[in-house]
Design a protein around this ligand. Structure first.
Ligand code: NAD
Ligand code: MG
Length: 397
């Protein structure tokens, strides 16, 4: 069997490390072609020594030069490049079959589009890229003949619960039910959320993840982004998407069919499950994820998100439907605002409960024109970031 060559965009992150763990389990099936990172030179250097990829790409020149020197002094033959053109090159290279999109944020959009246009198997963990790109992203996938497979655990679950042929989806889906753990503050009194620290927000009860998605999981903006992601991935209307709190994170999501029958996918909370599925689809291979132990699993429980939660505990969740109903491009504005707000919170410039304020204010400030190209999307993203930074700078802590 010929090995599949994989480019791992964002290899030093949580999803990147889990992807390499799955590669380790199947050295006969997968081979690393390129690794990429933003600033973690030591981590990517160790990965280069282990996987000996032809290419490694850093986001910026200073880190690129540092990695190039380190690779040279360790006698590694890896070619080190940097910058956005190099990221796109390793995502679209003719020798690559699989691209794992595991960069965090809108920074991953351009290499995702490059992989889509080049017809790759595109494994999408980087949900922000789809929230920013919207229909343009889906059109690029179709035009390039790419295979887009979701890695987000909820969307992987839905994909696994749907018929193989996407042409059947629209006539048989009644609704998509996204499960949400509820994050670390599910039971916390909403009036005390103003004092939440970055450390508390990043301590997720069920999943170990990067800092940005951990904060998003606490605010439920992660679920808002996932509602938008589901709308584009599965072509359903926004009112066909429902969110239900399921604190155990065992049911990863569900499809309710027109006959009111529900198909769900279950597993332990371990991202190697969806990653291995995406890498081996339509086959299945061992992932490293543990099996569910039914002797320890005493209950699967569900809670709906009520109007009070919408207003107080998780105000961000409603922004998904709001953005989807507004002018095309509004999801781009929301994503940019949230990236700036979360970074400002992690930097202790704003309070936890002010993240939502930044998102709402920025959506009010930026009027998008329907973006029709990558350049237009990036311009809208930049304009939204500038507006969000202005909102942050005017906030009283
Ligand atoms: P992380 O912060 O652990 O890793 C992010 C990676 O992206 C790192 O390799 C970093 O070097 C790289 N990166 C960051 N900024 C960059 C930039 N400007 N240019 C180029 N590279 C950059 O994040 P993560 O938890 O691995 O999440 C990655 C993506 O996967 C996110 O979009 C997240 O929402 C999604 N996701 C993660 C999980 C999870 O369990 N961690 C689950 C579902 C979806
Ligand atoms: Mg998810």
């Amino acid at each position: 069997m010929e090995k599949s060559r994989i480019t791992v965009l964002g290899s030093t992150g949580s999803i990147g490390a889990n992807t390499l763990d799955v590669v380790d389990r199947h050295p006969d099936r997968f081979e690393v072609f390129a690794l990429t990172a933003s600033t973690s030179v030591d981590t990517i250097l160790a990965q280069c020594a282990r996987y000996r990829p032809p290419f490694a790409v850093m986001a910026s020149e200073p880190h690129g030069i540092l990695l190039a020197q380190s690779c040279k002094s360790e006698g590694l033959a890896t070619t080190v490049l940097w910058g956005s053109a190099a990221l796109e090159m390793v995502a679209a290279h003719e020798l690559v079959q699989i691209v794992m999109a595991a960069i965090v944020g809108a920074a991953g959009l351009a290499p995702c589009l490059a992989a889509a246009k080049a017809g790759k198997r595109l494994l999408l963990a980087n949900k922000e890229a789809l929230v920013v790109g919207g229909q343009l992203f889906m059109d690029a996938v179709a035009a390039g003949g790419a295979t887009l497979l979701p890695i987000d655990s909820e969307h992987s679950a839905i994909f696994q619960s749907l018929p193989d042929d996407p042409r059947e989806w629209s006539s048989c889906i009644d609704k998509i039910i996204l499960t949400a753990s509820g994050g670390p503050f599910r039971k916390r009194e909403p009036s005390t959320l103003f004092s939440v620290t970055p450390e508390e927000a990043c301590a997720h009860p069920n999943w170990a993840m990067g800092r940005k998605i951990s904060v998003d999981s606490a605010t439920m903006m992660n679920k808002a982004l996932e509602v938008i992601e589901a709308r584009f991935l599965f072509g359903v209307a926004p009112n066909q998407i429902e969110v239900v709190i399921h604190p155990q994170s065992v049911i990863h999501s569900m499809v309710q069919y027109v006959d009111n029958s529900i198909v769900a996918q279950l597993g332990t909370p371990d991202m190697r499950g969806p990653i291995a599925y995406g890498m081996s689809w339509p086959k299945r291979v061992k992932s490293g994820a543990a099996a569910i132990d039914f002797s320890k699993l005493t209950a699967l429980t569900f809670e709906s998100i009520d109007a009070q939660d919408h207003m107080h505990r998780f105000p961000g969740i409603g922004l998904a439907w709001h953005a989807l109903a507004a002018a095309p491009g509004t999801t781009t504005v929301l994503n940019a605002a949230n990236e700036i707000a979360v970074a400002a919170f992690l930097d202790r410039q704003i309070r936890y409960d002010q993240i939502h304020h930044v998102n709402v204010e920025t959506m009010g400030l930026v009027q998008p024109q329907a973006p029709d190209s990558l350049a237009a999307l990036l311009e809208l993203d930049l304009r939204s970031r500038l507006a969000a930074r202005r909102v942050v700078s005017e906030i009283d802590r």
